[in-house]
Design a protein around this ligand. Structure first.
Ligand SMILES: [Zn+2]
Ligand SMILES: [Zn+2]
Length: 363
């Protein structure tokens, strides 16, 4: 097994998110939060981490020294994206914040190279040395010599491969034994299928119309290093996880997803961000093909992953998202899941607590 790649992030290691044309911008120190939401059943007001919803699948995860941006899409209502041969779509909403009004970030998690997740404005504006974690396919596109200035800090993860994000400013040393503890986020690629299995998938492989996509498992926790500064990066025993987030990516509810609970082996997902919308596109011979989950598949996903809390994202921003959030809300009510789903408006922040001891009984 390859050792897990490590990426040093945190406040002292940040590079500018935007390229040289935006170097003079005034950088805000925080996000423009409209409303704060917390766990529907348990909140002590001392939450120490959060997810901020910008729109589409664009969110910001903040915990300690980490600030991570997902699937950056900052187009405005009326703008168009190109999503494959003959497929364009119009944005219906505005992001909660503009790209050049973001505070400093550590890295981007990009689930796949589709313009509703990484639009042309973003591609043109980003600093080429800003760290991006993504699929091997997206890495090949973003480092290709065919784009005006290829990106230079892309880290690709295949399914079930991991990278360890470390914040060295968080190191705390125990004076009694010299061991030091560092805040880390382990990011693991999770399976996802944007195209239903069968003949369409074969045609898509030939046409390369719809890109391969990852989901993500984010494990927020700590790693203890002994005084010889040595640790084996791959063992669960040494990553003390305090909170687990699963992000579905643009996937349908396919058999491959069943491997996720098998791999988790009883470990609980605290929060699931699920890409819904029932995105429907013209297929190669013009039938309508759904390429992301609709309301019913979203419910199947809750039953499969069994997260403590689910937050739907990617549901109403484009005119090809045909499954409205109201459908999902109805299904949630019918299934008696109301207390396990939190709905965010663009600009809302969901706050949660990263437990600094093991979760009871799940390790
Ligand atoms: Zn997509
Ligand atoms: Zn999408």
């Amino acid at each position: 097994m390859q050792p897990t790649e490590r990426l040093i992030l945190g406040p002292k290691s940040r590079v500018s998110l935007l390229g040289s044309q935006a170097q003079d911008r005034e950088i805000p120190t925080s996000l423009p939060i409209t409303n704060v939401r917390t766990h529907p059943r348990v909140s002590d007001g001392k939450e120490d981490a959060s997810i901020f919803f910008i729109g589409t699948a664009t969110t910001v995860l903040e915990w300690g020294g980490f600030r991570i941006l997902t699937d950056p899409n900052f187009l405005h209502a009326g703008d168009h994206v190109h999503l494959g041969p003959g497929v364009t779509s119009r944005r219906k909403t505005n992001p909660a914040v503009d790209l050049d009004k973001l505070p400093q970030m550590d890295c981007i998690l990009l689930s796949h190279y589709h313009e509703d997740h990484f639009d042309q404005l973003v591609e043109d504006s980003l600093n080429r040395d800003f760290p991006i974690i993504t699929t091997p396919h997206a890495k090949a596109c973003l480092t290709s010599k065919s784009i005006p200035e290829p990106f230079r800090a892309i880290h690709d993860l295949d399914v079930f491969e991991s990278i360890l994000l470390e914040d060295p400013t968080s190191i705390h040393t125990d004076p009694t034994n010299g061991n030091s503890t560092t805040s880390v986020i382990r990011v693991t690629g999770m399976p996802g299928k944007h195209i239903p299995p069968g003949p369409l998938s074969v045609i898509n492989d030939i046409l390369s119309a719809v890109p391969p996509t990852n989901g993500w498992l984010l494990e927020l926790g700590w790693i203890t290093t002994n005084c010889d500064h040595h640790f084996d990066q791959n063992t669960d025993e040494e990553l003390k996880t305090g909170y687990r987030i699963y992000i579905s990516g643009d996937t349908l509810f396919v058999d491959e997803l069943k491997e996720i609970p098998e791999r988790l082996n009883g470990k609980r997902i605290d929060l699931m961000l699920v890409h819904l919308g029932g995105t429907t596109i013209p297929g190669p011979s013009a039938p309508l093909v759904m390429v992301t989950m609709d309301a019913k598949q979203g419910i199947q996903m809750i039953h499969l992953i069994d997260p403590d809390i689910t937050i739907p994202i990617h549901f109403d921003d484009y005119d090809i998202f045909l499954s409205p959030l109201s459908d999902f809300k109805n299904e949630v009510e019918q299934e008696g899941l109301r207390e396990r789903v939190v709905y965010l408006e663009r600009g809302d922040q969901y706050r949660f607590t990263v437990q600094d001891s093991f979760h009871d009984g799940d390790q």
